[in-house]
Ligand binder design. Structure first.
Ligand code: NAD
Length: 307
């Protein structure tokens, strides 16, 4: 039987702070396939996340199909805006949600992983985080600092992750990120430079695949996911409209489910995908392939049929 077998592998998933997003679904799928999973959590969201876990509020979502329970091997504080702790301004370092957390930079996570598990502790790294402080503003109204903040956290952080985690990866290692089709087609409302950040992330996936492939023998891919009402997506404000639109107009008229993204991530992170790198993989029910929306008025005329 051909199965995704990640037994003996360790994954680090950056961007998990509840059980509602793609990062959680990916962590769960990797665990289903046998990997041990460490996560990186944004310090401002860490207390709530730890509380939910401790109080058993996530037990249902943590249940694995064979009766085991997903248990994160480590939960590291991570603010992906900072490559090294010295880059964080004093007001962040002294903020009460950061102060107790030690080194929350990308370099800090690298050091902690090596201290906990040795020189080359990781096989799989997943980047499942994004932030655009001005996401609700159209691009044309986005400030320079808002735009640069979106690109810094949502795209440059992947460059930094690959550079800093590359030397930690065991042979056959895999990097993966999450992108959205607003990088290549207009999605009104996905503003603040987030569309630009996703375009950068996808372009960088190709260049990083080449550079890190030659340097570290690892693969780099990105999943372009259809809309899903995670906490981050719900904050944009019109996610349910996007889901409805995508369901109506995708090649397969159904909603994308987070576990489908998780399963694709597990496959891409596994030896089964050994020859796949530098690629954007769509998990969107084929929405990206469509050239024209299904227009209800055209359907009414009878000149156009749904299939
Ligand atoms: N939900 C969708 O419709 C959708 C579609 C396509 C792609 N994506 C992408 O999927 C990825 C995961 O997002 P999600 O929608 O599952 O939401 P989510 O809320 O589960 O994940 C976003 C995570 O990013 C974290 N984060 C924000 N700023 C951070 C920082 N500076 N450092 C570290 N972590 C930070 C948040 O705490 C959160 O845990 C993102 O890259 C997103 O753009 C989402």
């Amino acid at each position: 039987m051909l199965a995704i077998d990640l037994a003996g592998k360790r994954a680090f998933v950056a961007g998990v702070a509840d059980d509602g997003g793609f990062g959680f679904a990916i962590a769960k799928a990797l665990a289903e396939a046998g990997a041990s999973v460490c996560v990186g959590t944004w310090p401002p969201a860490m207390n709530i996340f730890l509380n939910l876990l401790e109080r058993g509020k996530m037990d249902e979502s943590l249940a694995l199909s064979d009766g085991r329970k997903l248990s994160f091997e480590r939960i590291y504080p991570l603010d992906a805006a900072f490559d090294v702790l010295e880059d964080a301004p004093a007001e962040i370092r002294e903020n009460k949600r950061y102060k107790e957390r030690g080194d929350f930079s990308i370099a800090g996570v690298v050091k902690a992983l090596q201290a906990d598990f040795g020189e080359r502790p990781v096989d799989i790294v997943v980047h499942s985080l994004a932030n655009g402080p001005e996401v609700k503003k159209p691009l044309i109204e986005t400030s320079r600092s808002g735009y640069l903040a979106a690109v810094s956290v949502s795209a440059y952080s992947m460059v930094s992750l690959v550079r800093q985690f590359g030397p930690l990866m065991r042979p056959g290692g895999s990097f993966l990120s999450l992108t959205f089709m607003a990088s290549e087609r207009v999605v009104p409302g996905y503003g603040g430079g987030m569309s630009s950040a996703k375009a950068a992330l996808e372009s960088d996936t190709r260049t990083l695949a080449y550079e890190a492939g030659r340097r570290y023998g690892v693969r780099v891919n990105t999943i372009s996911a259809g809309p899903w009402a995670s906490r981050a997506a719900s904050a944009i404000g019109f996610i349910h409209m996007m889901i409805r639109y995508s369901r109506a107009n995708a090649a397969m008229p159904r909603e994308v489910q987070a576990p489908e993204v998780g399963n694709t991530a597990a496959f891409l992170s596994s030896p089964l995908a050994a020859a796949i790198t530098g690629t954007t993989v769509y998990v969107d029910n084929g929405y990206h392939a469509m050239g024209m929306a299904v227009d209800p008025t055209a359907l009414e005329t009878g000149l156009v049929r749904e299939t």
